[in-house]
Design a protein around this ligand. Structure first.
Ligand code: PLP
Ligand code: COI
Length: 354
């Protein structure tokens, strides 16, 4: 039956796919829930979103997304607790970042209520799709792209904002080894590195494929100017632990201002873990790996959560991280996921009830 919540029309699917999904064996972003949110920008404004059955969309071949890559996205997760409450983690930060990305790509910014009410309505309609198993969640992908037509290299006059969701397990299937990049760059000063622009990811695929062929899962990008400083990985920010100090690089217009990253910094500080936000040179990390003071490296992101890094490669040399019993990575991961899934107090006010 169709309904309207928060002015949002809901057109329900006649056939659910949920019974085909093995919730005990979820990959990342592989199966999609029954519905999606769809919202159009035309005639100079965003129009009220609708929840519709998840289905292919039709676009003109001259739509500017195909030619000029005007597209931005977000990554979020929804969790369900044992009382069937649905939780999000700092969703307003994702909304704000989507608009920051949009602005840089000359895409019209979205009104907050279309994003938030649209997302909440979608989650309520597809609430059965939110996994409860530890380590699983409903991955949420909001995105905006140019659906307007024309070969003129200028911003489109029409856009689509869509949110689709995927019940998901871990992003990395196994051990994570990273290659510290010394040739290619992900982003440059004054560029779009801070935005979650689709093209930032396309540009990483070729160098990442080369790294995968050498046995690594991700590239750690270094600054484009000198390749001497660690910036971030393909899908996550990077932390290193030297002796007892947790260090991460500062954000800039080349780096995504990760929500997991800033939460870890706040959480670690509140637990009296020494934290430094400063430039990290590759030479410092290599030296620390050689002299044994490099205790941990991990990636942080919505999809990756906190992913320990087992080793890294640099200039044809491989370095292994020690296998410690008690790591910051496992401690902080438990703290943060307990907050996200409503298993513990949330002194920071990060959890958001849908
Ligand atoms: N860096 C990049 C390039 C990413 O794609 C992501 C994932 O969103 C992150 C960092 C981590 O950001 P967040 O913690 O907000 O998901
Ligand atoms: C996320 O962590 O949500 C991201 O957007 C990273 C993506 C490449 C999976």
């Amino acid at each position: 039956m169709n309904a309207i919540i928060n002015d949002i029309e809901i057109i329900k699917t006649k056939t659910t796919k949920i019974n085909d999904v093995d919730f005990d064996d979820l990959k990342f972003g592989h199966v999609f829930s029954d519905h999606m949110l769809e919202c159009d920008f035309k005639d100079g404004k965003w129009h009220t979103p609708k929840v519709v059955p998840y289905a292919p969309i039709s676009l003109d071949p001259s739509a500017k997304i195909f030619h000029y890559g005007q597209s931005v996205f977000e990554g979020m997760k929804a969790y369900k607790d044992n009382d069937e409450n649905i939780w999000l983690f700092r969703p307003l930060d994702n909304f704000k970042r989507l608009n920051i990305s949009s602005k840089r790509l000359a895409i019209p910014e979205l009104p907050e209520n279309y994003f938030m009410d649209g997302l909440k309505t979608l989650l309520k309609v597809d609430s059965e799709w939110i996994p409860k198993k530890d380590g699983s969640s409903l991955y949420i992908r909001p995105f905006v792209f140019a659906s307007g037509n024309g070969f003129h290299a200028s911003p489109a006059d029409a856009y689509k904002f869509i949110i689709c969701t995927a019940p998901s397990g871990a992003y990395f299937a196994g051990e994570v080894r990273v290659l510290i990049e010394e040739t290619y760059s992900r982003s440059a000063n004054g560029g779009v590195g801070f935005a979650k622009a689709g093209g930032n990811y396309a540009g990483q695929f070729y160098p990442t494929q080369l790294a995968i062929e050498k046995g690594y899962q991700q590239v750690i990008w270094t600054d484009d100017n000198t390749h001497e400083y660690i910036e971030e990985a393909g899908a996550m920010n990077i932390f290193v632990r030297i002796n007892d100090t947790l260090i991460t690089g500062p954000t800039s217009d080349r780096i995504l201002d990760g929500i997991t990253r800033k939460s870890i910094i706040e959480l670690a500080k509140s637990e009296n873990i020494p934290v430094e936000v400063r430039k990290i040179s590759v030479a410092e990390v290599v030296e620390a790996a050689r002299n044994g003071s490099l205790k941990e490296m991990f990636g942080a992101g919505t999809a990756a959560v906190i992913s320990p890094i087992a080793g890294f490669g640099y200039k044809n040399e491989d370095f292994d991280l020690p296998e410690l019993e008690d790591t910051y990575a496992s401690y902080l991961k438990k703290r943060i996921t307990d907050i996200q899934t409503n298993k513990t107090e949330d002194p920071f006010g990060w959890r958001y009830k849908v």
